[in-house]
Design a protein around this ligand. Structure first.
Ligand SMILES: C[S@@+](CC[C@H](N)C(=O)[O-])C[C@H]1O[C@@H](n2cnc3c(N)ncnc32)[C@H](O)[C@@H]1O
Length: 198
């Protein structure tokens, strides 16, 4: 095994350990047993347009697997605004992804957490464990994200649940779901929420 691969493998194990630690300390906000796999993060990032300048809001980046997929997709780091609760994960994202704006705060209080930094955005890409919060909070979050986007742009969310984190869309937005990503542990699907047409 080459040195780079060994380092890469070591980092993978270290990230799994940090994630597990976070799950033990903050089970409701961590919401998963390990970071999302590349098949899932690539599918999520595939819905973000790399060819524009508006910011992309990433919610709950954790160890940065989705951030990495966004950058690999061609999204400039300077466009990414990552909102994360855990100070440890915030430090990790700042260290690993120079140029990404990291805000330590509550994603559900989007307006206050963004603090007037941005008005219009391209999309939201979220790994938050939405079901840990009441349905009204989940819907309010999606609506707050969509209110900053152009019609047709997606709020991207993964979920392990068959019916997704929002079983029935309110009149304000539509829902679309991907096929199951079986190459993820556990298998997950990607939900896209978009503004309903007026
Ligand atoms: C399921 S993990 C996802 C991590 C990573 N993006 C992935 O896909 O593996 C959820 C992440 O959301 C963060 N989180 C949970 N609730 C949050 C909140 N209200 N505001 C900001 N971040 C939150 C957790 O700290 C954790 O890093």
């Amino acid at each position: 095994m080459a040195g780079g691969e060994r380092r890469g493998f070591g980092r993978l194990i270290a990230d799994e350990a940090r994630f597990l630690h976070s799950l033990i300390v903050r089970p409701r906000t961590t919401g998963a047993v390990s970071p999302s796999g590349p098949a899932l993060t690539k599918r999520m990032a595939g819905h973000v347009s790399p060819d524009e300048d508006l910011p992309v809001i990433e919610l709950g980046p954790g160890t940065g697997v989705v951030t990495k997929a966004l950058i690999e997709r061609g999204v400039k780091p300077s466009r990414i605004i990552a909102i994360e609760y855990s100070p440890e994960f915030c430090a990790m994202i700042r260290d690993r992804f120079p140029g990404v704006t990291v805000i330590e705060g509550d994603a559900y209080d989007l307006d206050r957490t963004l603090g007037g930094r941005v008005d219009r955005i391209s999309s939201v890409i979220s790994s938050l464990p939405l079901v840990a919060r009441p349905l009204e909070d989940r819907i309010r979050l999606v609506e707050a994200g969509l209110a900053r986007m152009a019609p047709g742009k997606p709020f991207i969310q993964f979920s392990y649940l068959r019916k997704g984190p929002i079983e029935t869309a309110p009149p304000t937005f539509t829902m679309e779901v991907s096929p199951w990503v079986w190459m993820n542990i556990p298998p997950a699907r990607v939900w896209l929420y978009r503004q309903a047409r007026a």
